[in-house]
Every structure is written in C-alpha cells, then in structure tokens.
Design a protein around this ligand. Structure first.
Ligand SMILES: Cc1cc2nc3c(=O)[nH]c(=O)nc-3n(C[C@H](O)[C@H](O)[C@H](O)COP(=O)(O)OP(=O)(O)OC[C@H]3O[C@@H](n4cnc5c(N)ncnc54)[C@H](O)[C@@H]3O)c2cc1C
Length: 304
C-alpha cells in the first residue's frame, strides 16, 4: 500500500496518511487503523485517487466527520477518503424571497448553520446541533425536530468511481428515515439547497432555541455516535430502552446514557466489542419488554 503514493499522479494535491487510526476520526473515539486515508484538495486529485483505487481494486470508504459510525478495532484493509478540504458555500441565486446555495460535502453542518444565521436564510434551523459534515448529512438524510435535510435539497452532485461528475435531481432520489437510495459507490461532492429569506435575528433566535432543546435532552458533550437504534414506527427507541430498564447499563467502558437512553457513551476505553455486546443486551431486553425489534441507526463498519 505504501507505493500508492507513487501511483497517484504527481499533480495530486492533499494529504495521504498510512495506518491512520480511525479512532481519531470518529466521535465515539473507536476504530482501528485504516491502511490508507486520503484527503484530496481538489476534484482532479480526488479523481486520480479513485482511478488508482479502481485499477488496484482497493476497497473504498467515504468518511465524513465520523459522527454516525461504529468502526471495528482491528486493522482495516482499504482506503478511506475524506472530503474535509471541500468546504465552500456558493450562493448561486438570491432574491428577496429565497436563495439557492451550493454546499460542498466537507462543509461542517455547524458552519452551514452559522452561514444561514449570518445571511438570514431559513429552512434548516432545526438541524442546529447535529454534528458532522454536510456530505454525511445528505447521505444519512440527517434530521431533527421534524426537519430533514431532504426538505431543502434541489439536486445532488456526485462523482462516480470512474471520476465522472453527475448531477442528480431531487425527484429521482428516494429519501427515507436516516437514509436514501443513493448508491454507496457514489461520492457526494455537494448539493444545491433552497432556503427562504428571513430576518437574520429571527433565524438566529430559532437556532438558539433548537440548540437549547437539544442540549437539555441529548448528551452532546460526550463520546457517542448519536442515536444507536432507529425509532420504530409510532414510538421512540429511547423511550423503549428506558422503559426496559437499560438506562445506565454498562458493558466494559460503554454505557447507555443516563440523559438519553438511545445514546451509548464511550467513557474512555470502550471497544468495538463492548459496544456491539451492549447493543445486543439492550436489543434483547427491549424485545422481551415490548416485543419490538430495534434496528441499528449507526453505521457499523468492521471492514470496507
Ligand atoms: C451527539 C450527536 C448527536 C447527533 N444528533 C443527530 C440528530 O439529531 N439527527 C441526525 O440525523 N443525526 C444525528 N447524529 C448522527 C450524525 O451526526 C449524522 O448522521 C451526521 O449527518 C453524519 O455526518 P458525518 O459527516 O459525521 O458522516 P459519517 O459518520 O462520517 O458517515 C456517515 C455515512 O455517510 C457516508 N458519507 C459521508 N460523507 C459522504 C460523502 N461525501 N459521499 C458519500 N457518502 C458519504 C459515510 O460513508 C457513512 O456511510 C448525531 C451524532 C452525535 C454524535
């Protein structure tokens, strides 16, 4: 894998790291070393990395900010690609009613929320406090307080494994709860979103309110990957986990949060196995208590 540096074109701009610990790139602070992690700085560099991976049959994984991931502790064969250098927001159209923005995949959602407050654009205030990148939010159809990122998407720009750039219209994409039918082998480069013009103070007020609600109901300052299980139809996974008596349940250094039972917290030295076993324990207790089969919301990656 070391000779990958020679195979990537000399024009490549960005960073290449070998045996990079995934634990340094996940909000849970869990994850073994991935053989190679690349951070291309531009489209040509991304394309040259993809063509090497394609030719050499290297398995690929697109990494956002790792806030929705549980990654295995063992060495991971393959390549993780981060678009963290793609962090521009372009205003494509604006008038006194609305604006269309093109947001690059590596833009932290937090920066986008700051941008809409500053410029007085409304539509995604409820997503304030969700960590991660814009690309990750689009891929997972991130949502909060009844708003989902899909609600503002006009089109998504992706790159396929051959380096071709394709624009996908919103109508052709099926979004559902925390997912979409976007094929896993497409790299989201960014998306056009449409927002309504509003007074920036009003937007900031709403952001503040949503953030306050989030801070009081979710353990935002601890090592977690957000909600572990999907909410079943008509109910809340957190409520079922709490009712089954799992709040505070611990396995190794992973604990069911006492603030919100659908968050599992790494208290410092938690491992992949600890987490998976705790998921099984909670699933069994919830099934016994309520008959409901919980399904994972976090993305579990043992190999790529
Ligand atoms: C404290 C906390 C609170 C949270 N609250 C919420 C919440 O309220 N609502 C909610 O929906 N989520 C929540 N989450 C989960 C998480 O933040 C979101 O799912 C977030 O959108 C993931 O973005 P990311 O950049 O971290 O993606 P990652 O975790 O890095 O990746 C998630 C998936 O997206 C794919 N992906 C990422 N970028 C790209 C790209 N450019 N192209 C193609 N695929 C890509 C990855 O391959 C992976 O399959 C929370 C997490 C934490 C830790």
């Amino acid at each position: 894998m070391q000779n990958i540096r020679d195979k990537i074109e000399r024009t490549f701009r960005g960073e290449i790291r070998f045996n990079e610990p995934m634990s340094a790139h996940t909000s849970l602070r869990i994850g073994g070393p991935v053989e190679v992690m690349v951070f291309p700085e531009d489209l040509a560099s991304l394309r040259s990395v993809l063509s090497v991976a394609y030719r050499e049959k290297i398995p690929l994984f697109i990494l956002g900010e790792g806030t929705n991931l549980l990654v295995g502790d063992k060495k991971i064969k393959g390549m993780a690609i981060s678009l963290r250098f793609f962090r521009n927001i372009f205003t494509k159209e604006k008038n006194d009613k609305r604006a269309v923005l093109f947001v690059e995949a590596g833009v932290p959602l937090k920066s986008l929320i700051n941008f809409i407050q500053k410029n007085g654009y409304s539509g995604i205030e409820a997503l304030a406090g969700i960590p991660g990148s814009f690309g990750g939010a689009v891929y997972t159809n991130a949502g909060s307080f009844g708003t989902e990122i899909k609600d503002v998407i006009v089109s998504i720009t992706v790159m396929d494994m051959k380096g071709e750039i394709i624009n996908l219209k919103r109508d052709g994409i099926k979004f559902s709860y925390r997912t979409s039918n976007l094929p896993g082998n497409l790299i989201i480069l960014g998306a056009d979103i449409v927002l309504q013009k509003d007074d920036s103070h009003k937007v900031a007020e709403r952001v503040k309110r949503f953030l306050r609600d989030k801070r009081t109901t979710q353990p935002l300052g601890e090592y977690s990957a957000g909600c572990v299980f999907k909410n079943p139809e008509g109910d809340f996974a957190g409520r079922l986990i709490e009712a089954a008596g799992c709040k505070g349940l611990k396995n190794g250094d992973i604990e069911v949060s006492r603030v919100h039972a659908n968050y599992f917290i790494n208290k410092g030295r938690g491992t992949y196995r600890d987490f998976i076993e705790l998921m099984k324990m909670v699933k069994t207790k919830v099934k016994r208590y309520s008959g409901v089969n919980l399904e994972p919301e976090i993305r579990i990656i043992e190999r790529i």
